[in-house]
Design a protein around this ligand. Structure first.
Ligand code: PEP
Ligand code: MG
Length: 540
């Protein structure tokens, strides 16, 4: 029996076989091979496949990115046809006998270095393309194109780390739980696991080995442990704990239909955070008062190419109809950092969390933004929709957003397409800048939603993705709490409501404080709705 300790992310106790999947591109080794022509052939096949993918991407992205922006894929295709790049890879295989994947890693390094050394901004911009095409080749060579062969029976999925994209691609019925060697509890992968209610543990370290694949295990998401090959006594004990846990969950269900009301009679809205139309079922199962945050980027991550207006419209409509008039807050695209769509690959950045993401992508690519806004406005007549904009730092961004919305509504008017005239527009308060000017921002929008995950990251200068800094990532640090309070006060002065949709909303130790501050709503993973209701009913 082996017990590995990690950090609990989503509670629950599950028992089953382990399915261990290590991402191959993170494990490329420098090996020499006997059969060099076989490696050349492998490389040629990968190159052909990569070119086909890029051609497809180019075609499908023109309507959204425009011809000019989409031409990046043509430039990348050309790089894959570049004689010098290809010859360099061939040389590493033929002369040094390296395997194809390692030869590509060397070519990527060499050509990035070459382009960086040229004192010409235009040539330097090719570095990102070199890295991108090389990564694409590596994913094909290592079979890591999301083609992870998933088990046919329910298993506990284990990996070096899961990306949000991995989780979106899983067959939910077969995932008993998730456990990772690395990873952080506030990464988007962890948050997604929470919204899907999958018991999860992260950061159990390097002792998680591929040889455990197929072994019987217990994942304890309450304590943050993975027990491999449990002995009979442990198994019996854990089965008892599992029963008790499930019993507690059943008791919580008795709170369905009850109000989120404090002892002194104050009503607090409790909403659910979701990442897909299916999330609505769980939100309703746990009796959420509405959807406080629909992270629409997961629609993009799940898709093989940019989702069309019609595809998005159908999803938003389905969510609104299923929620039958309850509030639904849909946040516009927040791609970037650990939320990447395979077909949308902006240049590599040193600090992606502070980089080209969220509203910055939407405002710089109005066609992409307008496609989503049109879908949202069209869907608005099917329910009680609010639209939320991520990562706002200035008044200009709001004004620019409103200008684009005006273009969209003018177009819809001209086409005689119906939409709700009283749609409420809100912004995420998740940067210190937004907090500091929240008095001014409050006059421009209809509501605020506080994103404590990013707000903590930026206030404390702590990368939410870095497992080494986990001990320092404190969403209730006095500085963050002060920012929340300031935001609430400024919102209320301007007469608009404010909620918290970051993970801090589910911290039951803070519920009383949030109520005292005057927060109007808390939005949490669906499985936290009832525990939060129970807590609110115990508060003053
Ligand atoms: C947040 O930053 O708190 C938030 C809710 O947004 P996300 O976790 O998607 O970045
Ligand atoms: Mg955020």
């Amino acid at each position: 029996m082996v017990t590995l300790k990690g950090t609990k992310v989503v509670s629950g106790i599950v028992i089953g076989r382990l399915y261990v999947y290590m991402h191959p591109d993170k494990h490329i080794s420098r090996s020499t091979v006997e059969d060099r022509s076989a490696q050349i052939e492998l490389f040629n096949d990968a190159k052909k496949k990569a070119i086909e993918q890029l051609e497809e991407l180019h075609e499908s992205s023109i309507p959204y990115l425009g011809e000019l922006n989409a031409s990046i894929f043509v430039a990348q295709e050309m790089l894959l046809e570049d004689k010098q790049y290809i010859d360099y890879v061939y040389k590493q295989i033929r002369e040094s006998g390296y395997n194809a994947a390692y030869a590509v890693v060397l070519a990527s390094d060499e050509f990035s270095r070459l382009f960086t050394s040229i004192e010409d901004k235009y040539m330097q911009s090719h570095v990102a393309d070199v890295r991108d095409v090389s990564e694409r080749l590596l994913r094909i060579l290592c079979g890591a194109e999301g083609e992870m062969v998933q088990p046919l029976e329910p298993c506990i999925y284990a990996s070096d780390d899961f990306s949000a994209g991995d989780i979106v691609g899983f067959n939910r019925d077969n995932v008993l739980g998730l456990v990772t060697m690395f990873g952080s509890p506030v990464s988007h992968a962890s948050i997604l696991a929470g919204t899907m209610g999958i018991p999860s543990v992260v950061g159990i370290g390097q002792e998680m080995l591929s040889i455990y694949d197929g072994r019987y295990a217990i994942l304890d998401g309450v304590k943050g442990e993975l027990i491999i090959d449990p002995d009979k006594r442990t198994l019996d004990r854990m089965k008892r704990r599992q029963k008790e846990y499930e019993e507690r969950q059943r008791m919580l269900l008795l709170l369905k239909g009850k109000n989120n009301i404090t002892k002194s009679g104050k009503y607090i809205n409790v909403y659910a955070n979701i990442g897909s139309a299916e999330g609505v079922e769980t939100a309703l199962l746990y009796d959420a008062g509405g959807i406080g945050l629909f992270r629409s980027e997961f629609i993009y991550i799940e898709s093989l190419t940019f989702p069309t207006e019609e595809e998005q419209f159908q999803i938003y409509r389905e969510v609104l109809e299923k929620m039958r008039g309850r509030k639904v807050i849909i946040r516009t695209l927040d791609l970037g950092t650990d939320k990447q769509a395979s077909y949308f690959r902006p240049e590599k950045e040193n600090n992606p969390a502070m980089g080209y993401r969220a509203i910055r992508i939407s405002l710089s690519q109005p066609e992409l933004f307008k496609t989503q806004l049109r879908a949202l406005y069209r869907a608005s007549v099917y329910g009680n929709l609010d639209i939320l904009f991520p990562l706002i730092t200035s008044l200009d961004e709001i004004r620019h957003t409103k200008m684009i919305i005006k273009e969209v509504t003018d177009e819809l008017d001209a086409e005689n397409i119906e939409y709700r005239q009283d749609l409420r527009l809100g912004i995420m308060i998740e940067t210190p800048a937004a907090v500091m000017i929240s008095d001014k921002l409050a006059k421009e929008v209809d509501f605020f939603s506080i994103g404590t995950n990013d707000l903590t990251q930026f206030t404390l200068a702590i990368d939410r993705q870095n497992p080494k800094l986990e001990a320092y990532f404190n969403e209730i640090h006095p500085a963050v709490m002060k920012m929340i309070e300031m935001t609430v006060n400024n919102a209320h002065k301007a007469g608009i409501p404010v909620d918290i949709c970051g993970e801090a909303a589910a911290d039951l130790g803070q519920t009383q404080k949030f109520i005292d501050m005057g927060i109007d709503a808390l939005s949490v993973s669906p499985n936290m709705v009832l525990p939060l209701r129970k807590k609110i009913r115990e508060c003053e």
